[in-house]
Design a protein. Structure first.
Length: 284
């Protein structure tokens, strides 16, 4: 018996010493490395060197904050019951996961003893630092009046780069594939603001005499929840939905690529507007 055990230990198996294969989720995340790196090292961040540049960023980025909520609510509609009469969810675990994420994203601690959605927290931060909210407010007013998203996006006040970004998201929602929606939510929004962005905001907050405190709070809440709670929950949800079906994972990967490319196009558009504004006003 001892001889056999030693022989087994010395067996030069071709698999011995190899890393275990990655699961489908980790494999996709690894292959998305180039797209993620392009976003995390985008030249946009170098241009946010003054408060006015941050204003331009916020006035456009808030459209991504808004349509993130639409992705989330779409998941909630499909995984839980939000209709009357109520019926039990087909996937109780998925229902629990998405409802936990919705709880914080739609009614988080606002830092002032109340509760607020992350979108409203962002908008409040814009008001405090004197960024303009007119564009996003006009877009939401169109929706309040009952106009479809596609029509509201055609308003001349909506910048092209924001319009194209939201249109891409809503194409995913209209296709109504749960795995694709979950992939857009998970891969398309995961950890896409680098640490350098927070340092930039910290530096600009000194110039702004503390008027970016609300924005810093938004970043702390959003990034903290994403990395510690919502990111792992979204990963678990995508695993549950795609299971062991290669076709579903392939769709999830293509959706993730499309979303990251759309985000890069948004960053390019914001960068162009910041540079144009700097050229218009001259040296700081």
């Amino acid at each position: 018996m001892i001889f056999k055990e030693e022989s087994a230990c010395n067996d030069p198996s071709p698999d011995r010493g190899r890393e275990p294969p990655l699961n489908p989720f980790d494999s996709i995340r690894e292959r998305l490395g180039p797209q993620r790196d392009a976003l995390l090292h985008h030249p946009l961040y170098q241009e946010i060197d003054r408060l006015e540049a941050l204003h331009v960023f916020m006035e456009l980025h808030i459209f991504a904050v808004w349509d993130f909520m639409s992705l989330l609510k779409s998941l909630q509609q499909r995984l839980s019951c939000v209709a009357i009469p109520w019926l039990p969810a087909a996937d109780p675990s998925g229902c629990r996961l998405v409802n936990e994420i919705v709880l914080a994203e739609e009614s988080d601690d606002d830092g002032q003893g109340g509760f607020v959605s992350h979108f409203e927290l962002y908008r409040r931060a814009m008001i405090r630092c004197r960024a303009k909210t007119g564009t996003i407010d006009a877009f939401l007013n169109e929706l309040h009046q009952g106009r479809p998203v596609a029509v509201a996006l055609e308003s001349p006040v909506v910048p092209d780069c924001a319009r194209r970004f939201v249109q891409q998201t809503f194409r995913i929602l209209e296709d109504d594939n749960l795995c694709a929606i979950a992939s857009a939510f998970t891969f398309g929004r995961e950890d896409l603001l680098p640490a350098v962005f927070q340092r930039i905001v910290d530096q600009l907050n000194i110039q702004a005499d503390g008027d970016l405190e609300d924005f810093k709070y938004y970043l702390d809440r959003h990034i903290g929840l994403d990395s510690e709670e919502h990111g792992p929950m979204a990963n678990q949800l995508l695993h549950s939905l795609c299971g062991s079906d290669p076709a579903r994972w392939q769709l999830a990967e293509q959706t993730a690529i499309d979303c990251l490319e759309a985000r890069r196009a948004l960053w390019d558009g914001i960068l162009d507007r910041i540079r144009a504004e700097k050229q218009r006003v001259g040296p700081h």
